[in-house]
Design a protein around this ligand. Structure first.
Ligand code: HT7
Ligand code: ZN
Length: 876
């Protein structure tokens, strides 16, 4: 297949400043008439052919300046329209009529039908499934969209921008016209037509502009959109206050659809959402769902400035909008909720999703230099590591200079399609700093390792810290350059206070941050009056792997006393991880795992410490996952041994904490009506975490059964069901709870997804056959990405022992599903296949099974470009 390379970027020879689209909507066959105002670019040759992108298109008619184009003047295939004979003038009009088939479009890209609603998804390259176009983000056009449809089936007709006109037509049809005055790339085009319910509200911007807000959902689900509306208004205010960014159209609409390849899409003025990230109430959504909705509503809204007003020059620059917008949504959630708890969640997610990417065959820089299929680059590296890079930029520049850089970026590039270089230049110009070395974070793949040791000289009152960086090789990048790594730190004194020092020599140290720029630094802190414990990478200031000298006593101390809550959590997590690695080794060697009393006691003390937030205490009691431990072991992994070791630690803590946990659990109960706020969510999180220990300590399901029966909200009901399913799935209690849940939510698909998810995680011998049987359940469908992700996605990511089952049957289940799905929805199939990305780090038997299946899949005929690309890179 063709490989696209960053260095091959060329500005287009033609521009399309305006487009008028006309849709005659019909589910079986829709006619699209596109009138393009085309302009030959300044220095393009007169005779340059015009090559327009298409995908699965049928051309019905082509007119140039209103006259039918002679057949000899162009060539049309489903994926390209080449026009060789064009008018002499620099400006002309092209009319293109295409025929598309919405109801048989199973890819969920371009124009498709979801539960009877016409909708579109154009990012990255879906617009070319609607009409032939220069489908690249640096072609910015003003859109006018006219739609007509059957009035009964589609009373609602929406597109980008502001509504202009609407009216009745003959034969029970009607029309509407929308105009978007902001020039935009084709990937931001959207249309929705159908019969939906709506929640409306309004927002007055800082400068007094009145904006009508609408959230469209299936009839009868309007009440479940109230939280999303609230999150939207809070996001709009926050972007004004924190970044000085106002909304710019008269309307802002959100539509929830049930078949969607990703989370949501930021189309200008018309966001389209996976309904999972809109619909929520106490009965159907967990606190995690509420938090996700808040974050994704904010994320898509924030794209209006970072992505839409300023967009990407080409798809290599994807992180320009995604990394920056994730950073913005992280900051929003941190301001709305608990900053420390939010940060710990972000770091856990980064390690769970991005670190394995960076450490495996699919590693790529935050700004990749090549791709075969851009859909495969909507990755944790582009999004999450991209956000970490922006965070480091802020750490390096400081809040004020960072904001000045953002302001300059908005001012300089509003209305343009730009690059990462343009972005960084705005910060260099605003701050006067040189970011050349820092820019490597965008260009170089791999998670840097930072090794660290320290010694205190009591007589000289000096603390000497040795730090060394190295970046491991990644595919096609064997030699790495030295990075600029900002490490926030503190010298923690005997009482837990941060000790002062007189000077620091050997590296640039400013405002509590060490700027590591060379391979090795020896930093001498002078005038340190007592032996400190060195606390480093506070707040996870840099996305690195830290290898420090492993003094257990120091970690125990930091977990109890560090002034940075992230570092407290990190110290404890490192201790738990190390002990689980040792215990897994013991299990593999046929020995009993053993755990230090002081570590167990530390966990109990922190969990019971009423001065700490409940959400933080819940995190303290959440052990590293089996996948976390596997990743830290890194090679020759035996998931069964890790599972046994982790279960043993859970039981040890459960036994030690039996009484404390019971009292804590009871004390956290409150009779107040459900509220999704962060504080209440934290209490529920801690209760659910304690419940697992209670059940394990008692060895009976009673406590979980009670919570399941008494719960008045989904967080507690699903929490209890998860525990019953994990530990009692083959008992009457487990079976009865699963059946009751299924019955209660038989008509609520998003909740039945939780039922699938909970069962997909059960680590039993029968897991593979259970999942195969759930694929036959009437609720399951390969055509719906939420169903596939809930069952097969969860199985492959969160059921380590079953997915990696030693007989290879877990791999076979996922491979079968990937192949079955590929013909219908290549994007989702390819994403599912990334579950195999860490196959080389497994033990020999599992490695062999995985390799054989990957090779078998890669050898099939007619694979999609999406899947072929993932398989080829995974095997390389
Ligand atoms: N920018 C959006 C990306 C997206 C997408 C990409 C490929 C295929 C389907 C898609 N749906 C949405 C989402 C975002 O980052 O906001
Ligand atoms: Zn985004």
């Amino acid at each position: 297949g063709q490989i696209f390379r960053l260095e091959d970027y060329k500005p287009s020879a033609y521009l399309i400043p305006g487009i008028a689209l006309d849709f005659a909507l019909d589910a079986d066959e829709t006619l699209v008439t596109a009138r393009l105002r085309v302009e030959r670019a300044e220095n393009a040759p007169d005779n340059a052919p015009l090559e327009l992108d298409g995908d699965a298109l049928t051309l019905e008619a082509l007119r140039i300046n209103g006259a039918d184009a002679p057949v000899s003047s162009y060539e049309a295939t489903p994926d390209k329209l080449t026009i060789r004979k064009l008018p002499e003038e620099r400006e002309f009009e092209l009319t293109i009529v295409t025929r598309v088939l919405p109801s048989s479009n199973t890819t969920l890209m371009g124009l498709y039908v979801s539960s009877g609603v016409f909708c579109t998804q154009c990012e990255a390259e879906g617009f070319r499934r609607i009409t032939y176009f220069l489908d690249r983000p640096d072609i910015l056009s003003v859109y006018t969209v006219r739609m007509e449809a059957d009035r009964k089936a589609a009373p609602l007709l929406l597109s980008n921008g502001n509504p202009v006109e609407s009216g009745a037509l003959e034969n029970g049809r009607h029309f509407a016209v929308w105009h978007d005055p902001f020039p935009k790339p084709s990937y931001l085009f959207a249309l929705v037509a159908g019969d939906l319910g709506v929640v409306t509200d309004s927002f007055t911007t800082a400068s007094g502009r009145e904006v009508s807000l609408g959230i469209y959902v299936e009839h009868g689900k309007e009440e479940r959109a109230a939280y999303a509306m609230d999150a939207l208004k809070r996001s709009m205010r926050w972007d004004e206050e924190r970044f000085g960014r106002e909304y710019d159209l008269d309307v802002f609409n959100i539509v929830a659809v049930s078949d969607f390849n990703m989370g949501a899409m930021e189309n200008k003025g018309l966001n389209v959402f996976n309904d999972k990230y809109v619909l929520a109430d106490a009965e159907t959504a967990t606190d995690v769902d509420f938090a996700n909705i808040e974050a994704i509503i904010a994320h898509e809204y924030f794209h209006n400035w970072t992505g839409n007003r300023i967009t990407c020059r080409d798809w290599f620059q994807l992180c320009l909008k995604e990394g920056l917008t994730v950073f913005r949504d992280h900051e929003f959630s941190a301001d709305e909720r608990s900053r420390a708890v939010k940060r710990i969640g972000e770091v856990r997610a980064l390690r769970a999703h991005q670190f394995p990417e960076d450490q495996g065959p699919l590693a790529h820089p935050v700004r990749p230099r090549r791709y075969r299929e851009i859909n495969n680059f909507y990755t944790a590296t582009v999004y999450e590591k991209g956000s970490e890079v922006v965070r480091m930029l802020r750490t390096i520049l400081g809040e004020e200079a960072f904001r000045a850089g953002m302001d300059l970026y908005f001012e300089r590039h509003d209305g343009q399609a730009v690059t990462i270089e343009d972005f960084l230049k705005a910060f260099e110009d605003a701050s006067g700093r040189d970011l050349t070395q820092f820019a490597l974070w965008y260009h170089q793949a791999g998670t840097p390792n930072v090794a660290l040791s320290s010694r205190y000289d009591a007589e000289a009152k000096t603390l000497t810290v040795e730090i060394e960086q190295s970046v491991p090789p990644t595919p096609s990048e064997s030699r790495k350059r030295l990075m600029h790594i900002p490490l926030a730190f503190g010298l923690v004194g005997p009482e837990g206070e941060d000790l002062a020092y007189e000077s620091a020599e050997g590296a640039v140290v400013e405002n509590g941050v060490i700027h590591l720029r060379k391979r090795r630094h020896t930093i001498v802190f002078k005038g340190v009056n007592a032996r400190p414990v060195f606390s480093v990478n506070r707040g996870f200031s840099a996305p690195v792997t830290l290898c420090s000298e492993g003094r257990t006593a120091d970690r125990l101390f930091l977990a109890r006393h560090d002034s940075d809550p992230f570092s407290r959590w990190q110290a404890l997590t490192t201790l738990f991880t190390d002990t689980l690695i040792a215990a897994s080794k013991a299990v593999r060697g046929g020995k009993e795992p053993a755990f230090a009393d002081d570590l167990v006691q530390l966990g109990l003390d922190l969990a019971a410490d009423a001065t700490l937030e409940e959400a933080f205490r819940a995190l303290v009691l959440t052990l590293p996952s089996e996948a976390d431990v596997a990743r830290e072991i890194g090679h020759d992994i035996d998931p069964d041994a890790i599972h046994t070791a982790r279960r043993a630690l859970l039981e040890t803590i459960a036994r030690a904490g039996r009484e404390t946990f019971g009292d804590l659990y009871e004390g956290l109960h409150d009779n107040a009506p459900f509220s999704p706020d962060a504080r209440s969510a934290g209490r529920r999180a801690l209760r659910n975490t304690l419940l697992e220990y209670l059940v394990l300590g008692e060895g009976t399901p009673q406590a979980a059964r009670r919570q399941f029966d008494d719960a008045d909200n989904m967080t507690e009901r699903a929490g209890a069901l998860t525990i019953l399913a994990q530990y009692f799935h083959d008992t009457e209690d487990g079976r009865a709870a699963l059946a009751a849940f299924e019955e209660r939510y038989r008509d609520t698909p998003l909740v039945l997804d939780k039922w699938l998810q909970i069962q997909a995680m059960i680590p039993s011998e029968g897991a593979v056959s259970l999942v195969r049987s759930l694929m036959e359940h009437p609720h399951f469908s390969l055509a719906n990405p939420n169903r596939v992700r809930a069952l097969i996605g969860t199985f492959s990511m969160a059921n380590q022992t079953a997915f990696h089952s030693a007989d290879g049957e877990g791999y076979r289940l996922v491979a079968d599903t990937v192949l079955a799905l590929d013909g219908q929805n290549p994007q989702v199939a390819a994403r599912l296949a990334t579950a195999f990305r860490s196959w080389r780090s497994l033990d020999k038997g599992r490695r062999e099974h995985a390799r054989a299946l990957l090779a078998d899949m890669a050898g099939r005929e007619n694979l999609s470009r999406d899947l072929a690309d993932i398989l080829e890179r995974t095997l390389a």
